[in-house]
Write a protein that binds this ligand. Structure first.
Ligand SMILES: CC(C)(COP(=O)(O)OP(=O)(O)OC[C@H]1O[C@@H](n2cnc3c(N)ncnc32)[C@H](O)[C@@H]1OP(=O)(O)O)[C@@H](O)C(=O)NCCC(=O)NCCS
Length: 154
């Protein structure tokens, strides 16, 4: 457990390997809307990139999963450890993914976000994402609900 709030500092990135899965799950499991471990395993099997963000103390603060299809980059999961939230790490992880997409000649970044996930919607809107449409019943299973389908032109 962390004892005190760290100051805002640098963030360092690398792509995850399957060995990082236990650390990823420690963050994933903090949230109601979380992925099953099998889903992460599928991501690794399909060589879909997971960006890990570390702080200056080499502590994993969050991760982001995205994949590329034609000229689109789809962000399918992003999470920041609750202890490190509201310190702009989420923004920086997304920014990093957009840089990687841009370097791969991607023209659009896309994502779905649950319509009641106000912190994430705020973050994406601040970064320039725009709502394309609402997708009714997008989320099914344990957590149900609608999504906003959002896009950013790179
Ligand atoms: C969404 C999430 C990744 C944001 O990470 P974060 O590191 O806390 O966000 P940041 O500190 O980078 O915030 C970026 C901006 O969003 C705004 N923001 C963050 N939380 C907010 C909230 N609850 N209400 C309003 N604005 C908020 C901040 O003001 C900040 O803007 P600023 O830098 O201009 O002040 C984080 O809340 C999270 O892990 N949530 C659980 C998982 C999840 O819902 N993921 C999204 C799935 S689509």
């Amino acid at each position: 457990m962390h004892n005190s709030k760290p100051k805002i500092g640098n963030c360092f990135y690398r792509h995850a390997t399957i060995e990082d899965l236990p650390d990823i799950m420690l963050i994933n499991d903090q949230f109601e809307h979380r992925w099953a471990i099998e889903k992460f395993k599928e991501v690794f099997e399909n060589k879909i990139p997971i960006i890990l963000g570390y702080n200056e103390d080499d502590v994993l603060i969050g991760y982001l999963v995205y994949f590329l299809v034609l000229d689109e980059g789809r962000i399918i999961n992003v999470a920041v450890d609750k202890f490190f939230q509201n310190q702009s790490y989420g923004k920086r992880l997304i920014h990093r993914s957009l840089e990687e997409m841009y370097e791969s000649d991607i023209h659009y970044a896309l994502l779905d976000v649950k319509t009641d996930n106000l912190s994430a919607i705020h973050l994406y809107t601040k970064m320039g994402f725009q709502i394309l449409c609402r997708r009714d019943g997008y989320y099914t299973g344990e957590i149900e609900g609608d999504s906003y389908y959002m896009q950013l032109r790179l």
